[in-house]
Design a protein around this ligand. Structure first.
Ligand SMILES: *Cc1c(COP(=O)(O)O)cnc(C)c1O
Length: 379
């Protein structure tokens, strides 16, 4: 490895494990390399001996993990000569698609559910100059339309059904193993389309095998895009736990949900695109699915912000909400190391944050005595 001080994104960093060539033009905004923060205060509050780390994916360039997949998907779309990309989105995919398309100099079309995406995400899609198409329907309707229109127009789909997305996203698992020196015992993720939980499993499998090989004999996850095939498992792999929002939990119902509803709009998805692979991930890893109510999700979001100084969006807090419950019941035993992925930044959705904040604003005249009073009253 040549000595480098400048971080230039995850494709450069993991080039030998990703489907790129030496002369591929990389479309990057410096994504990846996000902090793995050990929680100091919350384990004390719950009174359990556990090591909980949060992987703060909100610190990617557009504020969510979607950038990991988008750098790969857009790089390959450009390499294949595509002039336009398209996606359906609950918000973060559209923000990432818009930014990486701008970077590449191509057009992004994004289909979003009318009125059901967080304000910050809409601002991003608009600001980066994508064509925003609001549909009177939900994400699942948008996804169906995107698949249909891509058959008839020269546009590349950059939803997670694009296999390059998962290749980019698997690098989060690489970073975690490198930082901890091993895989955690449990890895908890919020689940919408279930692309990310699948991508993490691909990453852990590759990393745990003897020479960076993919361990699954016939890899049904990567659709032929892994650089390596076959090989023995030598390292440990985590149990993968997928948490869904209760109003939007097809993996708990064991069937698709037609009218998903939750405050966690990023995972308001009733027809997950990676349905089969997510079930396989659960089985292979020995993990499970569970659901959290909106109240539990918002409580975990607030706890993290108030007790650890980490601000994530509601959907992201689903991973911690579920983990805390499973730690309390002992389903995740004491002594375990746990990574919770915080998929997106809290600033994406200021409306939900302000609506649930319980500390009232203190209003005073611009006078010393009133400010002093306000301080003494609130010490
Ligand atoms: C996309 C997204 C998810 C869900 O990821 P899937 O791969 O669809 O399961 C969760 N949280 C946030 C913030 C997201 O943007």
């Amino acid at each position: 490895m040549p000595f480098r001080t400048r971080y230039t994104g995850l494709i450069d960093r993991y080039r030998d494990r990703l489907p790129v060539h030496d002369d591929t033009r990389i479309i990057s905004l410096g994504e990846g390399n996000t902090p793995l923060i050990r929680l100091n205060n919350i384990p004390r509050i719950v009174g359990k001996e556990v090591d909980i780390y949060v992987k703060y994916e909100g610190l990617n360039p557009t504020g969510s993990f979607k950038d990991r997949g988008m750098t790969m998907a857009v790089t390959k779309a450009v390499e294949e000569g595509s002039k336009a990309i398209i996606c359906a989105s609950t918000g973060n995919t559209s923000a990432a698609a818009a930014a990486y398309a701008a970077r590449a100099g191509i057009t992004a079309f994004v289909l979003i559910p009318d009125g059901k995406i967080a304000m910050g995400k809409l601002a991003q899609a608009m600001m980066h100059g994508s064509v925003v198409i609001q549909i009177k329907g939900n994400f699942d309707d948008g996804m169906r339309l995107v698949k249909e229109v891509a058959d008839q127009a020269p546009v590349t789909i950059v939803n997670s059904i694009n296999p390059y997305r998962l290749q980019g996203q698997k690098t989060a698992a690489f970073e975690i193993v490198e930082e901890l020196g091993r895989a955690p015992d449990y890895h908890c993720l919020p689940v919408g389309n279930a692309g990310n939980i699948t991508a993490h499993w691909i990453g852990y499998c590759e990393y745990s095998s003897a020479s960076g090989d993919h361990v699954t004999e016939a890899c049904t996850f990567c659709k032929g895009h892994c650089k390596y095939a076959g090989g023995a498992v030598v390292g440990n792999r985590p149990k993968m736990i997928g948490y869904q929002a209760a109003g939007s939990a097809p993996f708990m119902r064991g069937a698709m949900v037609d009218d998903p509803e939750t405050v966690a709009t990023a995972i308001r998805i009733g027809h997950p695109q990676s349905w089969d692979s997510a079930w396989k991930v659960k089985e292979e890893s020995g993990g499970w699915f569970d659901e959290c109510t909106d109240a539990e999700i918002l409580a975990a979001q607030k706890l993290l912000a108030e007790k650890e100084g980490v601000f994530c969006e509601p959907a992201s807090a689903t991973s911690l909400a579920g983990a805390l419950r499973d730690i309390q019941t002992g389903k995740i035993p004491e002594g375990s190391s746990i990574v919770c992925t915080l998929t997106g930044h809290g600033l994406k959705d200021p409306d939900t944050a302000i609506a649930q904040s319980t500390r009232p604003l203190v209003n005073v005249e611009a006078k010393l005595d009133q400010v002093k009073r306000a301080i003494l009253d609130n010490m």
